[in-house]
Every structure is written in structure tokens, then in C-alpha cells.
Design a protein around this ligand. Sequence first.
Ligand SMILES: CC(C)(COP(=O)(O)OP(=O)(O)OC[C@H]1O[C@@H](n2cnc3c(N)ncnc32)[C@H](O)[C@@H]1OP(=O)(O)O)[C@@H](O)C(=O)NCCC(=O)NCCS
Length: 177
Amino acid sequence: MILSDSVVTLRPLSFSDKFRLVEIANNKNISDNLRDGFPNPYTLANAESFIANVSKADPPEVFAIVWNGEYVGNIGLHKGTDVYRKSAEVGYFLGEPYWNKGIMPRAVNLICEYGFRELDIVRIHAGIFEFNPSSMRVLEKCGFRREAIFKNAVFKNGKICDEYRYVKLLDEQNGNN
Ligand SMILES: CC(C)(COP(=O)(O)OP(=O)(O)OC[C@H]1O[C@@H](n2cnc3c(N)ncnc32)[C@H](O)[C@@H]1OP(=O)(O)O)[C@@H](O)C(=O)NCCC(=O)NCCS
């Protein structure tokens, strides 16, 4: 499964990505904005077990983001289960040298188009920590809207903070809103 626009390509991860994954992921400025399942330091063993885990999914849920021929980050679209099976959550990171170049909005647009087209979902959401305006901006540029603020929902690095929920609905993706 390859998803592409004129600038960014999303492709499944492979085991040969493991060294590069450590290089881009081993950064506290990234892990500070993600759940604790994304460790810091980020070791080769972490990269190996992550790739082994995500490689089991069919269709793939996590994609490598490729820009200018380089693997620069990850994006994932995870379907819910049970009554949440028509919803999915998007999550992502980019290596720090690649921030502020418009890469992630392209990746988010590609994965949302794919999800609504192929995964039989009606809703995609993301949860952003209150101190991450850059990620909120990415979602706003991709047509997401702020749906709710979950007060005190997150405990990160020893501090309680709010989670900002952003959402995009299938109707909105199709421009029917
Ligand atoms: C968040 C992240 C994905 C952004 O991706 P990106 O490709 O750099 O996004 P963009 O190129 O669109 O740039 C970010 C936007 O936020 C804006 N921005 C950056 N810092 C900002 C701040 N402090 N306040 C407000 N807006 C800010 C930029 O100006 C830009 O918007 P613009 O195009 O309107 O000028 C990337 O920084 C990242 O991977 N961060 C670490 C991991 C992370 O936070 N993941 C998301 C968890 S929810």
C-alpha cells in the first residue's frame, strides 16, 4: 500500500528502517508531545519491536513518511473496536530537522483520504496535548476542527494537562458539511 501526492509518499515500514527510525525518533522534543509508549531514549530494540508489531497489521496502520527520498517520520491511522469500529485515531511525528516545511499536513491529508475511502470509517480524531499548537495547526490546515477539551485528561512528564480533541467527519471530507 503506497499513498502519494506530488511531494510526500506514505509506505509501510520495513525492518531496514530501524536504524533511521532511531535517528529521527530519539529526541525528547518529539517524545514530550506523544504518549509514553513512545520512549525516550528511543533505542534500536524499541525500533525493532515497534516495526515487528506494526508489520503484523493488514491492511497497514502505520506508514513511513518519505520526503525528498528520505524516511522522515511516521503516521498511523488506528481503527477503533466494538462500537467505535467506524472511528479511527490519527497519530504522527516527524524528525525535528523536517519540521515547519509543510510535510505533515500532506501526510495527514493522504492518510485521511485513504481511511475514508478504504476503511469504512465515518470519523477520524486526534488528541493533542495543550502545549502543542503546531500539531493543532496541522490538523486545522487539514480541515479538522476542535471538538472538545478534555480537562486534566493527560499526565505527561509528571504534570497534568488538557487534551485537545480534533475531529474530521466523512461528510466534511467530502465537502458536504
Ligand atoms: C507537530 C508536527 C507534526 C508538525 O509537522 P510539520 O510538518 O512541521 O507542520 P507544518 O509544516 O504545517 O508547520 C507547523 C505549523 O504550526 C505553526 N506553528 C509552529 N509553532 C507554533 C506555535 N508555537 N504556535 C502556533 N503555531 C505554530 C507553524 O507556523 C505552521 O503553520 P503555518 O503553515 O500556518 O505557518 C511536528 O512538529 C512534530 O512531529 N512534532 C513532534 C511530534 C508531535 O507533536 N506529534 C503530534 C502529536 S499530537
